[in-house]
Structures are given as structure tokens and as C-alpha cells.
Design a protein around this ligand. Structure first.
Ligand SMILES: NC(=O)c1ccc[n+]([C@@H]2O[C@H](COP(=O)([O-])OP(=O)(O)OC[C@H]3O[C@@H](n4cnc5c(N)ncnc54)[C@H](OP(=O)(O)O)[C@@H]3O)[C@@H](O)[C@H]2O)c1
Length: 330
């Protein structure tokens, strides 16, 4: 629970009475809570929405249905499900509207299901709704060993693109190679924009078709300048905390495009379209055409420590939190 906005270390574990499971709602026993960068932004009060305190952070969960409210069709106790909840996910159970539940295919573990919704929805939204990527085109992901970066690499591969993973350290680029990146650009903890641009151009035989920017700072301009004719810079996030100012002449040159991606707000405002998007993503997962990374597992009480590691760039891949098992009959 976040009792006051601040550093993630201030999160506390608290017992609370379970919420009522009302009409149209379902209670989910949480087996795994995904940890996302946005959770840290909420706790620090740096996200565009500031919920009133106290609140429980945690934007996505997976588990099994333990109670079905009135007027709910299609869900039964014991069904496996995942949900994007925005807040409230760092908990042993959540109550959500049945429409927000997504069925988990057997191909995904609870950990994978709890850590792939946000990142893969963002990747699929970016590459099928906001821009496109064609077979043989080059996609470059900055911050590629993060959640969104790894999802972008996986989705781009399944769409037939060639992929370049750009990341800070050796362990991160090695993970990206294991996860299917065709080429890598290691850029260190203090990247030099011009060097990164040159390295991307070299890796992509002259220029990228799509650059995914989840980090901002100096890498955004490197990404823009590395694009070939008709290239697209896809603005997804600012993990560095620095919102870049891009030189407009670099957009004009080579007929480039800068594309914004705001999956979260779009999903809230367009629930039916988002349900269709998620159905597409889950079909890819069920068919094995995407394969989300298996996350490292940590106990729920480590939430603050994991968020700190995420903010300090010490996490490679994904992490999920596991609530302690709830005693039978409780
Ligand atoms: N627009 C949308 O719809 C949408 C959806 C999901 C997420 N996001 C945003 O996208 C960003 C990335 O999310 P994510 O879940 O992929 O996060 P993540 O798993 O923490 O990955 C972020 C990556 O950014 C890099 N980074 C560079 N400088 C950093 C710094 N100063 N602090 C922390 N990380 C730094 C790190 O890679 P290196 O160490 O290799 O540089 C890290 O792996 C966040 O800002 C998030 O809010 C946006």
C-alpha cells in the first residue's frame, strides 16, 4: 500500500477486508502481479494521473477466478484469467468487472500472463494501430531489455521484421539476443547520441524503418536521426525522466514521421476496441507466435525493493510479485 507519494521503499504490506464482489464483477485469486515502470511512477506521483492516497499500486495481475458475482456470463470458479487493473494489483485478490478479464491460454504461466498484458498490448497497438512494420523492415528498440522493449522485439519478429535491440549493458543485450533480436547496439549507462545513431545505421544497413523509444533523453534524437527514408520514430515513454525536444528539420528530412503511442488512455476510452486488440494478442500467445519472457518471481513484500531496482535500471527482463498463499477456507 502507498500511504503517501514518495519513494517505493515507503510501500507497506497491510491486511484489508476483501472488497465485495458485486453485480457484473469477479473476484480473482492473484497468483502473480506484474511489476511495471508505470507502478513506480504512480507511487512517486510522477504519472499523468495522481490517485488519492492511500492506494494499492499494481497495474496487472493473473490468477484464477474464486467468486463470480451476479449477472456474469462465461466465467466460472477456477478459470484462469488475467486483467489490467490500473491500480490495486499488488494484492492477494482483486475484484474486477468481468469485461476486464482476459482468458489465459495454457501456453502461458501465471507469471507470463501477469507480466505480458501491458507490454504486449502496447507493442501490438503500436505496430498494428499507430504505425505498421513490413516484412524485412528494420525495427530498433531502445531500452530493449525492458518490458516494452522485449515485447516489441518479439512482436516485430512475428510480423517478419528484422530487429535491433539497443540496451545499456552486456547482460541486457545478451538477454535480447536470447529473446530473438537479430542485432544489438550496446550504448552504456551514459549514451552518446551521435555514436548511437551511427551504430544503429551500421546495424540496419543504412537506417532503421521504425525506432521504438521508451527511454527519451538523448537517445530519442539518436533514434530520429538514425531513420531511413519514410522511417517512423515511435514515442512510447521516457524512462530516463527527460522528455526530449526533437529538431523538426530531422522529421522533414527523409520524409520521416514521429508517432505517439498512449495505449493506456486509448484502452480506457475504447474498451471494445481494446478487447479486440487483446483477443488478437492472446491468439498470438495461444498459437506460440509470441512467447513472453518467463519473469523472475519475488514475494509480494519485496514490491518496494523491486520498484527501486527497476528505477535504478538493475532489472533485466521482467519480474512478478507472488502473494503468499491464502489459507484454504479464508
Ligand atoms: N505509452 C504507452 O502506452 C506505454 C505503455 C507501457 C509503458 N510505457 C512507458 O514506457 C517506458 C518503459 O516501460 P517498461 O515497462 O518497458 O520499463 P522497464 O521494463 O523498466 O524498461 C525501461 C528501460 O529503460 C531503460 N532506461 C534508460 N534510462 C533509464 C533510467 N534513467 N531509469 C530507468 N530505466 C532507464 C532501461 O534500459 P537500459 O538500462 O538498457 O537503458 C530499462 O530497461 C516507461 O516510461 C513506461 O511508463 C508507455
Amino acid at each position: 500500500m502507498c500511504q503517501q507519494l514518495g519513494e517505493p521503499e515507503s510501500l507497506v504490506l497491510e491486511d484489508r477486508d476483501p472488497a465485495l464482489c458485486g453485480s457484473g464483477q469477479v473476484r480473482l485469486r492473484v497468483r502473480a502481479c506484474g511489476v511495471n515502470f508505470v507502478d513506480a511512477l504512480f507511487v512517486q506521483g510522477r504519472y499523468q494521473i495522481r490517485p488519492p492516497v492511500p492506494f494499492v499500486p499494481g497495474s496487472e495481475v493473473a490468477g484464477e477466478v474464486m467468486e463470480v458475482g451476479r449477472d456474469v456470463d462465461g466465467w466460472q470458479v477456477g478459470d484462469r484469467a488475467m486483467a489490467s487493473v490500473g491500480l490495486g494489483g499488488y494484492a492477494s485478490e482483486v475484484v474486477v468487472h468481468a469485461a476486464a478479464l482476459v482468458r489465459v491460454p495454457d501456453t502461458l504461466s501465471d507469471g507470463q500472463a501477469a507480466t505480458m498484458g501491458q507490454s504486449y498490448a502496447t507493442a501490438w497497438f503500436a505496430l498494428t494501430r499507430r504505425t505498421t512494420i513490413s516484412e524485412g523492415e528494420w525495427l530498433v528498440a531502445l531500452g530493449a531489455a525492458g518490458g516494452v522493449g522485449l515485447a516489441m522485439i518479439d512482436v516485430a519478429r512475428t510480423l517478419g521484421a528484422q530487429t535491433v535491440a539497443a540496451a545499456s549493458d552486456d547482460a541486457k543485450v545478451q538477454l535480447c539476443i536470447q529473446r530473438g533480436a537479430h542485432k544489438v547496439v550496446p550504448y552504456g549507462l551514459e549514451p552518446n547520441s551521435s555514436e548511437v545513431k551511427d551504430a544503429i545505421r551500421a546495424a540496419t544497413n543504412g537506417g532503421a524503418d521504425v525506432v521504438i523509444d521508451t527511454v527519451g533523453g538523448v537517445l530519442a534524437e539518436a533514434g530520429l536521426r538514425s531513420l531511413r527514408e519514410y522511417g517512423r520514430l515511435v514515442v512510447v515513454g521516457f524512462a530516463t525522466g527527460t522528455i526530449p525536444a526533437l529538431p523538426a528539420n530531422q522529421i522533414l528530412l527523409r520524409n520521416r514521421t514521429v508517432v505517439g503511442v498512449d495505449w493506456g488512455a486509448w484502452a480506457l476510452g475504447n474498451p471494445a476496441d481494446n478487447a479486440a486488440l487483446m483477443a488478437e494478442v492472446m491468439e498470438l500467445a495461444a498459437d506460440g507466435r509470441i512467447s513472453p519472457i518467463e519473469p523472475a518471481t519475488r514475494p509480494l513484500e519485496d514490491a518496494g525493493a523491486v520498484l527501486r531496482e527497476l528505477l535504478d535500471r538493475k532489472i533485466t527482463g521482467k519480474v512478478c510479485l507472488e502473494p503468499s498463499p491464502v489459507p484454504i477456507g479464508s
